[in-house]
Design a protein around this ligand. Structure first.
Ligand SMILES: Nc1ncnc2c1ncn2[C@@H]1O[C@H](COP(=O)(O)OP(=O)(O)OP(=O)(O)O)[C@@H](O)[C@H]1O
Ligand SMILES: [Mg+2]
Length: 327
């Protein structure tokens, strides 16, 4: 398979009033061309920080401490982690190669401009399409994301669209540059389940049409199971398990993965069944426990081992790696 991104031993840190925190602690993964990689894990485990590092859009107080992010662009391969902030290749990355969509499209659209004007701005910045054709292309993009009456919607303001429509419009804007990688950070979390399913299906269809890779970030294993080819399960800045999605669903090996699975409600569950959840909270990044970071919450932790020794990633089956002493 042709590779698009190869991340190795990536460490990302933040300076805060309380000291320095490692939000991402040595993660490695690949994204192949045309593939969907899922990143799953509870809030605060480093999903967004790792994708923001790949885009080099970390906040002022954050930096890449070590590791590499090889990106195979159409204009050659480079290490994103080593680019200076003024390197032209960052423009290539942001403008043409990678697009992002976020959870709340209201914050990505400016309320005082029409949807069309904002999509046209993306077209102007990221393509060579002449001015006279930009509006037509914006309408075409809105049609692609299945917005009804796109000729009319293009002149409307963000508040005039429903949440689902705004999310579609944001996808339209992301598609303007024909990106090779779409990073979708919790793209449907604020939408109701039916609309969420429609948007996820739309993304799948567009992926086929555009031949894009997708990085699907989500805390919901249901969404990840339905939409991805491969999954990285993150906990406290580490990837604790990674495998093809089908393999992971059949054969979850890390207790954290199994615990995440069990917290997805099933339609077939008996009425009144108590919702499962994982006991305890994710510790904050300042107080990462010794040994396996999951041991304080793990029902199968072994005293003297899991609370002392950090488990190293091991290959349980071809392409299926796990960091757990139980293996
Ligand atoms: N600007 C920042 N300054 C200090 N710490 C930060 C900053 N941004 C993120 N962090 C810390 O990095 C860790 C990972 O955060 P991240 O946003 O990647 O989590 P996440 O997995 O995306 O969670 P969520 O599901 O809530 O979006 C958290 O512990 C967070 O507190
Ligand atoms: Mg996040």
């Amino acid at each position: 398979m042709e590779k698009l991104v190869e991340i190795r031993d990536l460490v990302v840190r933040f300076r805060t009033d309380e000291g320095i925190v490692s939000a991402v602690n040595g993660i490695s993964y690949d994204i192949n061309v045309g593939e969907t990689l899922g990143i799953v894990g509870e809030s605060g485990c480093g999903k967004s920080v790792s994708s923001n590092a790949l885009m080099r859009i970390l906040p002022e107080n954050g930096w890449i401490e070590s590791g590499s992010i090889l990106y195979h662009s159409q204009k050659g391969t480079f290490d994103v982690a080593r680019l200076s902030p003024r390197d032209k290749r960052l423009e290539l990355l942001h403008g043409k190669e990678i697009a992002m969509i976020f959870q709340e499209p209201m914050t990505s659209f400016c309320p005082v401009y029409t949807i069309g004007n904002q999509i046209m701005e993306a077209i102007r910045l990221h393509t060579d399409i002449p001015k006279s054709e930009q509006k037509g292309y914006a309408v075409e993009l809105l049609r692609k994301v299945r917005i009804a009456k796109p000729e009319q919607r293009v002149d409307e303001y963000p508040y005039q669209l429903s949440g689902g429509m705004r999310q579609r419009a944001m996808i339209a804007m992301a598609l303007a540059s024909h990106p090779r990688l779409l990073i979708a950070d919790e793209p449907t979390t604020s939408l109701d389940v039916t609309v969420q399913a429609q948007i996820l299906n739309l993304m799948k269809d567009l992926q086929q049409e555009y031949g894009m890779s997708i990085m699907m970030i989500n805390h919901n294993f249901g969404v990840i199971a339905e939409t991805t080819d491969k999954v990285a399960v993150m906990y406290l800045g580490r990837i604790v398990e990674m495998a093809d999605t089908a393999e992971l669903l059949q054969n979850p090996l890390h207790p954290y993965t199994s615990d995440l699975f069990r917290s997805i409600p099933q339609v077939t569950d008996a009425r009144g069944k108590k919702l499962e959840y994982i006991h305890g909270n994710v510790p904050d990044a300042y107080s990462i426990p010794a040994g396996c970071p999951y041991h304080p919450r793990c029902s199968r932790a072994q005293k003297g081992l899991c609370d002392r020794v950090m488990p190293q990633p091991r290959e349980a089956a071809p392409g299926h790696t796990v960091s757990c002493h139980l293996l």
